[in-house]
Design a protein around this ligand. Structure first.
Ligand SMILES: CC(C)(COP(=O)(O)OP(=O)(O)OC[C@H]1O[C@@H](n2cnc3c(N)ncnc32)[C@H](O)[C@@H]1OP(=O)(O)O)[C@@H](O)C(=O)NCCC(=O)NCCS
Length: 182
């Protein structure tokens, strides 16, 4: 189960139950391996040009550190699991400089959404440093909400309790709910 994207790939082929099966395996372990679970629910996308050269990449996975941090503050274990099957964080996205402004970045974002929505996820988010003045327009062009530095996302819909997803210092959160999307 530790392979990057292994569980996600099974879920694409066999539906959401594949994720629940792998979660059940983790649950049975006396020491749940969150890192391994997170990797198996991760997504690495690459874009290649006509010569096979990699010109863009995106990495996403469930926000394990954030969820474990919340667990340390009292979030129930069942909600830590829920977070792993409902929320994915875009950890990295980059397009080669000479391939930018031709739609590759937004295509990687779109495919990322398609994969996680198909696997039953509810929320995609990420963050970038506030001094990256051009990124809000990039994410908004893909229908993500972009928050100001002091703002967060209320995760009530996921957990049924008030949990706010906030940014790290100096960062801004961008996010998109599945229910707003096609
Ligand atoms: C941000 C990045 C991934 C965008 O990739 P891209 O392939 O150039 O983006 P797209 O061509 O899909 O752009 C889609 C839309 O976003 C907006 N956009 C993209 N780059 C923009 C820029 N530099 N300034 C303003 N708007 C921009 C535009 O609306 C664009 O649509 P348009 O070209 O029809 O006007 C790329 O610039 C990059 O790799 N930057 C460095 C790494 C980085 O900042 N990653 C994000 C970390 S959170």
């Amino acid at each position: 189960m530790g392979l990057v994207g292994a569980t996600l790939a099974r879920a694409l082929d066999h539906g959401h139950d594949a994720i629940l099966r792998d979660l059940a395996v983790v649950l049975q372990s006396p020491e749940p391996s969150w890192g391994s679970l997170s990797a198996s629910l991760g997504l690495l996308l690459v874009a290649v040009d006509s010569t096979g050269q990699v010109v863009g990449a995106l990495l996403a996975h469930p926000p394990t550190s954030f969820l474990l941090n919340l667990a340390g503050q009292g979030l129930e274990q069942k909600n830590v699991f829920l977070g792993h099957i409902a929320i994915a964080k875009i950890k990295g996205l980059a397009v080669a400089e000479n391939s930018r402004h031709s739609g590759i970045g937004s295509a990687l974002l779109r495919r990322c959404r398609e994969v996680y929505w198909q696997c039953g996820y509810e929320l995609l988010y990420g963050q970038f440093h506030s001094d990256r003045g051009l990124l809000p327009s990039f994410y908004r062009a893909s229908d993500f909400e972009v928050l100001s530095e002091n703002d967060g996302v209320d995760l009530w819909v996921v957990f049924g309790q008030r949990v706010v997803l906030t940014n790290e210092s100096g960062e801004r959160v961008f996010y998109r709910w599945r229910r707003h999307s096609g």
